[in-house]
Design a protein around this ligand. Structure first.
Ligand code: ATP
Ligand code: ATP
Ligand code: MG
Ligand code: MG
Ligand code: MG
Ligand code: MG
Length: 260
């Protein structure tokens, strides 16, 4: 007990460092599956795109939006998801490590909880993990540049992966042969390869594979029928998932309230 009394809490606490994110900036948390190249092989994901695996990611992202009210928008592709917090959010007093860790752990728990719903026939062989990082963007212009960057990445990877897996599955090439074959090819050449060799029009592939997924809160002002009052305004919020172009300004012009 004498030793315990010697502990000075203020002294111990003084080693903690401030990790508050800049005020009045868009906070973006990006999570990414750890070693999902392996995870997707062990769990026999369909290549290049396992639709159910993407649906599971989307469902977990919706759960995160519903859990953390300050998240206003989210965009995901493959094993990653970006979550955007509103500019003036005071979530965990904007402390970076708390914000990242709570988002990542909630997402990971959801992924495990929902696994059976999306893969009723597949056993989860080992616990998946995700890493997370956080970045602040000082203007909505730069925030939209960030999101455009992720969607461009989705497109480039999907185009490459579609060619790669076609060469492997339909032309019997080994993985290293397919890799060598595609080295240095331009986007146009890849599209031509898909058309000429496999009769695939890239632009007709599933939109979720080409453009990724986004989810956000949508206000629904429904006029609910009411017994005595005729009808009442029922303002109802709902998370919706879409697959569309977020690089062009059209989406943002159609949904001005997201970044409001
Ligand atoms: P790291 O731990 O560095 O993130 P990683 O193996 O997860 O390594 P990523 O660059 O994140 O590498 O790529 C994720 C990989 O997971 C993809 O290359 C792909 O093989 C696989 N993957 C993720 N989602 C799917 C899916 N829906 N369908 C098929 N494969 C997928
Ligand atoms: P916060 O999100 O701020 O951490 P909290 O509810 O988790 O809120 P803590 O200060 O972390 O608050 O305290 C954890 C609480 O969880 C305890 O007060 C106790 O009520 C409960 N708890 C944790 N572990 C046990 C346990 N093994 N048995 C009974 N209760 C527990
Ligand atoms: Mg990573
Ligand atoms: Mg990964
Ligand atoms: Mg990834
Ligand atoms: Mg606690």
């Amino acid at each position: 007990t004498e030793d315990v009394e010697k502990i000075k809490p203020e002294f111990v606490r003084s080693f903690q460092f401030e990790n508050k994110l800049m005020p009045s900036t868009w906070i973006v948390i990006r999570i990414d599956g750890c070693h999902f190249h392996r995870f997707s092989e062990v769990h026999e994901f369909e290549k290049p795109n396992d639709k159910q695996a993407l649906n599971l990611m989307n469902s977990c992202a919706v759960a995160v939006l519903e859990e953390i009210q300050d998240i206003i928008f989210t965009y995901g592709v493959s094993d990653e998801y970006s979550f955007v917090l509103k500019k003036d959010s005071q979530f965990y007093q904007r402390r970076a490590s708390e914000i990242v860790s709570v988002t990542v752990s909630f997402f990971s728990s959801m992924y495990v909880m929902k696994w059976k719903e999306f893969f009723p026939q597949k056993e989860l062989k080992y616990p998946p993990s995700f890493d997370g990082r956080v970045v602040c963007y000082p203007s909505s212009k730069i925030l939209l540049d960030y999101l455009a960057w992720r969607q461009v990445d989705c497109h480039i990877n999907n185009q490459y992966n579609t060619c790669f897996w076609m060469l492997v599955k339909k032309k019997g090439k080994s993985k290293s042969e397919a890799q060598h074959y595609l080295k240095g090819t331009q986007a146009q050449e890849k599209n031509e390869l898909l058309i000429k060799e496999f009769g695939i029009d890239y632009n007709e592939l599933e939109i979720m594979f080409r453009q990724g997924s986004l989810a956000f809160w949508q206000k629904e002002d429904k006029n609910m029928p009411h017994e005595s009052k005729g009808s009442v305004q029922n303002s109802h919020k709902k998370v919706i998932v879409e697959h569309c172009d977020i690089i062009k300004p059209n989406f943002w012009e159609a949904h001005p309230s997201i970044l409001d």
